[in-house]
Ligand binder design. Sequence first.
Ligand code: XUL
Ligand code: CO
Length: 435
Amino acid sequence: MTYFPNVTKIKFEGKDTTNDFAFRHYNPEEVVEGKTMREHFRFALAYWHTMTQDGSDPFGAPVNQRSWFGETEMETAHNRVDAFFEILEKLDVDYFCFHDVDIAPAGESLEEFFANLDEITDHIKEKMDETGKKLLWNTANMFSHPRFNNGAASSNNAEVFAYAAAQVKKGLDLSKKLGGENYVFWGGREGYETLLNTDMKFEQDNIARLFKMAIAYGEKIGHKPQFLIEPKPKEPSKHQYDFDAATTMSFILKHGLEGDFKLNLEANHATLAGHTFEHELNVARNFDSLGSIDANQGDMLLGWDTDEFPTNIYDTTFTMLEILANDGLAPGGINFDAKVRRSSFAMEDLLLAHIAGMDTFARGLKAAAKLREDRFFEDLKEKRYASYKEGIGANIIADKEDFESLTEYALKNDNPQLESSHIELVKSKLNDYLV
Ligand code: XUL
Ligand code: CO
């Protein structure tokens, strides 16, 4: 059985190819800075956007007709596994990610849900053994069901906390079964609407409690994936606790979670927070906490999370500069938390969209590597901070100065001369690397 009979395995054919089902820039075996592209990116497919997203929006019915729809929910779930692995194979992508609810129907009870998860992950495991594909991360969806209306670990209702704990425990059991390399927490409804009825400190302490239980359970079962928190500033909560990288790092440090937790950063979440993606990556890197990324892009004219496939070469270049400076992402990777547009409802669009994203990342990697080879930014920054290389500047960063000595210096040198940044020239020269 094949779900994409008209598409064979997608190969690198170079930018002059006329074949739409070919990579024009992504060549998995091409070596850049001593590593293959495959190793640099560690690309992963998102089960939710690829398999379960139906193209509906608040104004319109589902548009994505998929040939894996079956007679029952479980039949559909099994068909999805086969179709998903066919997509992984055809795109030559090594990793995948899922929420528990993406892969198996919730059933009538938690017990039934867990049984469904066991059955479907048996099927997934068979496919993994057959194809060598790997689980980058899994997570628990603790935001869609009405029980999570007031959050999961941050809920005011202790029974919801218990339910969430059971879901995460199951998630870790499945992670162990499938050899998951990371485990993600995106706090969909971990936030609040109004302080009129909310004890923010209490709720955040409870989130940390759940995280500590996850660490303890991982130790107990002898399987500790890299734990990752995925920040997002809004949607669905008004005030999300994990607003951005800096806010999330302060939470991690406050609760002593830094040994076990890093960040999973998403491009469109960064822009919703009013940051560039590279800002978020840089903040994480400065804390030695850049774990993994969800690759997508937003629409700057829209104020919500559109999760579009990344096609902007500037963005992927800046992203790859951060990833290269981080010496890679492993055990993390690049997950396409991206969905085809409502107008791209054909099955083949799932492949074409991923090809576009992978090619755009390949171009970003090449541009970033060339910029690094030419020391484009290094030279610029070296010059910009040159005053700290010698004299008074060198003394300041060697911690040899104090207020008295600096006052003495400033009294004798009270007319600092600044240099122009020539930033327009810099941007113009940068264009040469990208276009
Ligand atoms: C939501 C989002 C999630 C997380 C996993 O905006 O990005 O899909 O990546 O729960
Ligand atoms: Co995401």
